[in-house]
Structure formats: structure tokens, C-alpha cells
Ligand binder design. Structure first.
Ligand code: RP5
Length: 161
């Protein structure tokens, strides 16, 4: 596996970290090199564009972008790169994340964002989807993914009520 980061986890605010650390932890458990950054589409527009524009040259293969409210981070990221961008809508105080979901998912045709579920499920699934993308050319990762699914199945089948 490459030494440099393969996945960039971006979030619009440090307040997103409690949720997005779940993506970080999952990628760590798969030993996928990644980095986490707070970058905002509206508070740090230039730095966000710069980071994403340089991502491919730096060896990154997937961008995860999490934001809440008028959540245009994933769309802005997608506009600046050909890498796959996975959007994670954060739950918001006023609209429970429906605002974030719609802002992330409703991309006009031509600039795709793969949008996951609101909140922790989306954070974890964005990490798993990143692993699946990377696993297309990395058999050892595919094997780890297979083991993850199999462990998950065994855990559920062991449940007692
Ligand atoms: C978005 O606004 C962030 O992604 C966060 O989910 C939301 C609120 O940010 P803070 O006001 O907590 O920094 O940009």
C-alpha cells in the first residue's frame, strides 16, 4: 500500500469531527492511509479548491466530504477534481440533516457526488465505499472487505434476544 494518503476526509467544521472520526477509525482498521482536514466550501473557499485540485497529484484516490446545513462542500470538491467524491450529510440542529442531505445529493448532471446517509451511518459507509473503490485494484483490501462482511454476519447471527 502507498505510504502517502489514499483517502482525504474533509469536513466543513471541527463540529463534524465527532461523527467523521468514525470514518477515520474505519479506514484505520483497514490500514488504509488517509488524512483528515477541516476545510469549508464557504469559510475557506480558496484553500478547499487548492487542496482538492492537488489531491490527484498527491496520490489521493478518493475524497470524502462531510458538511451540514447548506452543505455544498462535496459539490465544490467534485467541481475541482476527477477523483470520486463521496458526500456525507451532517445532521443539523434545525432541520435534522434534511438540508444537508438535499444540498449534497441534488447535484446537477455533469458533476457527480456519491451521497451517503445522514450522520454516523453515512460516515461509516463512506469509509467502506472508499475501501471498495480502492479494492478494485488491491486484492489484499478486497480480502479484508470480505472478512469485514463475514465478521459482521457472524456477529448478527450470534445475537440473542
Ligand atoms: C457546515 O456548517 C459544517 O460542515 C457544519 O456541519 C455546519 C456547522 O458548522 P459550525 O457552525 O458548527 O462550525 O459548514
Amino acid at each position: 500500500m502507498a505510504a502517502g494518503p489514499l483517502v482525504g476526509i474533509l469536513m466543513g467544521s471541527k463540529s463534524d469531527w465527532e461523527v467523521m472520526r468514525q470514518a477515520d477509525e474505519l479506514l484505520t482498521s483497514f490500514a488504509v492511509p488517509h488524512e483528515c482536514r477541516v476545510l469549508s466550501a464557504h469559510r475557506t473557499p480558496h484553500e478547499t479548491a487548492e487542496y482538492v485540485s492537488q489531491a490527484e497529484t498527491r496520490g489521493l484516490e478518493v475524497i470524502i466530504a462531510a458538511a451540514g446545513g447548506a452543505a455544498h462542500l462535496a459539490g465544490v470538491c467534485a467541481a475541482h477534481t476527477l477523483l470520486p467524491v463521496l458526500g456525507v450529510p451532517m445532521e443539523s440542529a434545525s432541520l435534522k440533516g434534511m438540508d444537508s442531505l438535499l444540498s449534497t445529493v441534488q447535484m446537477p448532471a455533469g458533476i457527480p457526488v456519491g451521497t451517503l446517509a445522514i450522520g454516523p451511518a453515512g460516515a461509516r459507509n463512506a469509509a467502506l465505499l472508499s475501501v471498495a473503490i480502492l479494492a478494485n485494484s488491491r486484492p489484499e483490501l478486497r480480502e479484508k472487505l470480505r472478512r469485514f462482511r463475514s465478521d459482521q454476519r457472524d456477529k448478527i447471527l450470534r445475537e440473542t434476544l
